[in-house]
Design a binder for this molecule. Structure first.
Ligand SMILES: Nc1ncnc2c1ncn2[C@@H]1O[C@H](COP(=O)(O)OP(=O)(O)OP(=O)(O)O)[C@@H](O)[C@H]1O
Ligand SMILES: [Mg+2]
Length: 236
């Protein structure tokens, strides 16, 4: 059974329809990519999944609709959202930001163990645990946002354009970490990207979004091999 299923998901801002019926599924343990240009609807899809905006159609997690349909309800089920632009709190330290990620966790001993594991993934964060998040480099802030999401021990992580504004080297480092987190912690990942090449290398399946619709989808290897798909949708 799929961990996450979207069935004919639609969303609008005011009078403007933005998602015109998105159907996709994410198998447990998978890395799945949503590809698409600026304005294709990637961020809106994530907002619709977490219930941050009104939608129609179905979002099922573990076979059941998300009750309450709100970001808090989604978080309690184990869905961590790393939003576009990261959303870390600039005035708080690295350690404080990470602690906030554990808000659904009541067991403080377990939270400490999770903290140790998370900082072991990100040695750069460990060195900067008392530094204000706002003074971190862009790449470090993205790592902090991912680390904060991991603090809630999610089953599913939604990552909205993690490569945005970052240099190629740090982007590769972040994707390598995502693959490691996926394999060793078993976290299922749904990641949106404009950098199709990079995302297809990490993901087993991908969906190409075009103005709020899925234009093409399939196993990453098939999309990568298809010249027409590459030229029309992937831009390389
Ligand atoms: N709050 C809003 N009010 C009205 N329209 C919006 C709002 N947010 C997004 N849109 C519109 O919805 C469409 C999809 O936007 P969305 O942010 O989901 O795209 P995206 O694929 O994430 O793009 P990007 O790669 O630039 O982040 C765009 O046409 C955008 O202008
Ligand atoms: Mg976006």
């Amino acid at each position: 059974m799929a961990l996450l299923e979207l069935d004919d998901l639609r969303a609008r801002y005011g009078e403007t329809d933005v998602l015109h019926g998105i159907t996709l599924s994410v198998e447990p343990g998978a890395i799945v990519a949503i590809l698409g240009a600026n304005g294709a609807g990637k961020t809106t899809t994530f907002r619709a999944i977490t219930g941050a905006i009104p939608t129609s159609g179905a979002v099922r997690f573990d076979g059941r609709p998300i009750k309450g349909n709100s970001p808090e309800a989604a978080a309690r089920l184990g869905i961590a959202h790393v939003p576009e632009g990261r959303g870390t709190l600039a005035a708080l330290t690295v350690r404080e930001n990470l602690a906030l990620g554990a808000f659904t966790q009541k067991d403080s001993k377990r939270t400490r163990a999770t903290y140790e594991r998370v900082v072991s993934y990100f040695p750069r964060l460990a060195e900067r645990c008392n530094q204000a998040a706002g003074t971190l480099s862009g790449g470090e802030q993205q790592m902090l946002a991912i680390g904060r999401a991991l603090m809630m021990e999610p089953r599913l992580m939604l990552l909205d354009e993690p490569s945005l504004g970052l240099a190629p080297l740090i982007v590769r480092e972040i994707f390598a970490l995502l693959e490691r987190i996926n394999k060793s912690d078993g976290v299922t990942i749904l990641v949106s990207e404009q950098n199709a090449k990079l995302a297809l290398a990490a993901a087993s399946h991908a969906y190409v979004l075009e103005t709020g619709r899925i234009a093409v989808s399939g196993p990453s290897a098939d999309l990568n091999r298809d010249d027409a798909v590459r030229k029309s949708y992937l831009g390389y």
